[in-house]
Design a protein around this ligand. Structure first.
Ligand SMILES: Cc1cc2nc3c(=O)[nH]c(=O)nc-3n(C[C@H](O)[C@H](O)[C@H](O)COP(=O)(O)OP(=O)(O)OC[C@H]3O[C@@H](n4cnc5c(N)ncnc54)[C@H](O)[C@@H]3O)c2cc1C
Length: 452
């Protein structure tokens, strides 16, 4: 009797899921596990609060949907309240698990967890699939060996443009068909008393009209988007600060893995076959390549993704000003466009790509704050939080990442003129309401008395 364990992370889906197909063909009994990392229930080292209510709700919806999907295939979703390394080791110590199935997660902690478990349990077979990316690593014409495990390799593309030119014509594998049945839940689990690992209990969640987590909602958005003519105009409108149809809105579901980039590409290709390709349809692929770049970038650079100096060996410009950071988070800075974007983020868990660039540039270049505080705040709030895209984009704007131009400083007045000329976005999110004095103390901590 072979017993397998499927470890779910940011891949909460049953369709296009090689780890399930493999487990179905190789083992007799199976445990499906998701680890709800306790780090998200505590404040972070950047004084942010783990995970926002909106992000938590989106995750819970994703888990509800996965649990329902697995149930239809004869399985149960177990959720652990401990981190992955601890939870998996606990199960491996108690049960005769011979096979572990997981997708490659590019975050440093996830990579470390797997390495740690593989070292501790050398007899267990690990099957690592690549269900979160367009390409398989073997297809990539450059090395992915992490800096942490080998001497520095030069061939990882140093910019997105170099990466794109190397990969954009590679063939993207087709999504794999969904399994129709999974091996039964291990009966041994019934005899085990593990208070931290329980079957997932769906809690009723008040639906929000826009972003609902899970596989069905992801498919609905995919089908809806490609049933309109929006893909043929994507490039013309993608920089807008607001508006549901102005970008695909796939990112929250991609981040939770309730849809795969290969499923999106298959729909995009079908759309192009039916309606013709143009610069806009290509640009959707182009943006998915950005996501892809950051995934492999995080895989390659490991914990450098989180260092203040990023890939550069310098210390980045930036300090910490508690009052400025708090005001930036609340949308209470001297920059109405920034305030509007931050209020939108706080109220919806989402912000446009243009908005993210604007507020990141403000935090780093106008307020002089260490970029990692901004990245951590996004980690708390964004329902599409993705470790690689988030920290990679922040590094890029801070000039310590993959930007050949050494960082981006946006002129906030010009951005307002270009993207919100009649201030309708600013008014909608009340960006005009702010304290007119940014700092209440000076550099030596003396109070600054406002001029009357
Ligand atoms: C400072 C900063 C932080 C960011 N943090 C995240 C994050 O945590 N999670 C996240 O998914 N994206 C992040 N992005 C990238 C981008 O802003 C979002 O992916 C995009 O706004 C999501 O909206 P959409 O799905 O409608 O995108 P679309 O414009 O429709 O693009 C389609 C898809 O392409 C990918 N994509 C688009 N732009 C980028 C980009 N710059 N980098 C990587 N992938 C991209 C996304 O998967 C997106 O869903 C960040 C960007 C910045 C500047």
């Amino acid at each position: 009797m072979k017993l397998g364990l499927v470890w779910f992370g940011n891949d909460l889906r049953c369709a296009d899921q090689n780890i399930l197909s493999l487990a179905a063909s190789e083992v007799d009994q199976l445990i499906c596990l998701y680890c709800d990392d306790p780090k998200y229930k505590q404040p972070s080292r950047y004084a942010t609060q783990g995970m926002s209510v909106l992000r938590r709700r989106f995750l819970n919806e994703g888990l509800n949907s996965l649990a329902t999907g697995l149930e239809a295939l004869g399985q149960t979703l177990f959720v652990s309240q401990q981190n992955a390394a601890t939870s998996i080791a606990l199960l491996l110590n108690e049960l005769p698990i011979s096979h572990i199935y997981s997708n490659h997660h590019c975050g440093w902690n996830e990579q470390q967890s797997l390495r740690q478990i593989a070292n501790e349990f050398p007899d267990v077979h690990f099957h690592i699939e690549h269900g979160l990316t367009l390409f398989e690593p073997e297809q990539l014409p450059f090395t992915l060996v992490s800096l942490e495990t080998s001497a520095r390799e030069q061939s990882f593309p140093s910019s997105f443009s170099k990466f794109r030119k190397l990969v954009e014509r590679l063939e993207v594998p087709q999504p794999t068909p969904k399994v129709t049945k999974l091996p039964a839940v291990s009966a041994l689990l019934d005899k085990l008393v593990l208070p931290s690992i329980r079957p997932w209990k769906a809690e009723p969640i008040t639906a929000i009209p826009t972003f609902a987590g899970g596989e069905e909602a992801a498919q609905r958005q995919l089908n809806h988007y490609f049933s309109t003519n929006l893909p043929s105009h994507y490039k013309e409108v993608r920089n807008a600060l607001d508006g549901w149809g102005n970008s695909t809105k796939f990112s929250p579901w991609l981040a939770q893995g309730s849809i795969s980039p290969r499923q999106i590409l298959a729909s995009l290709t079908q759309y192009e076959e039916e309606h013709g390709e143009n610069e806009s349809t290509y640009w959707i692929y182009f943006e998915l390549l950005w996501r892809e770049y950051f995934h492999w970038y995080a895989t390659y650079y490991g914990k450098q993704l989180f260092l203040v100096g990023g890939l550069s060996n310098t210390r980045a410009y930036g300090s910490f000003y508690a009052e400025r950071f708090r005001k930036w988070c609340q949308g209470n800075t001297p920059y109405p466009i920034v305030n509007a974007c931050m209020k939108q983020l706080n109220q919806t868990g989402f912000m446009s790509n243009r908005g993210r660039q604007i507020v990141a540039s403000c935090l780093i270049h106008e307020l002089g704050i260490d970029w990692r505080y901004g990245a951590a705040y996004f980690e708390e709030k964004l329902i599409d939080y993705d470790v690689a895209s988030n920290w990679g984009n922040w590094q890029y704007i801070a000039g310590v990442g993959a930007d050949p131009r050494g960082g981006r400083r946006f002129n906030l007045e010009k951005q307002t003129e270009q993207y919100d000329p009649n201030h309708s976005f600013i008014h909608k999110w009340q960006g005009h309401n702010y304290d007119h004095q940014l700092d209440s103390v000076d550099a030596s901590d003396w109070p600054i008395i406002p001029e009357s």
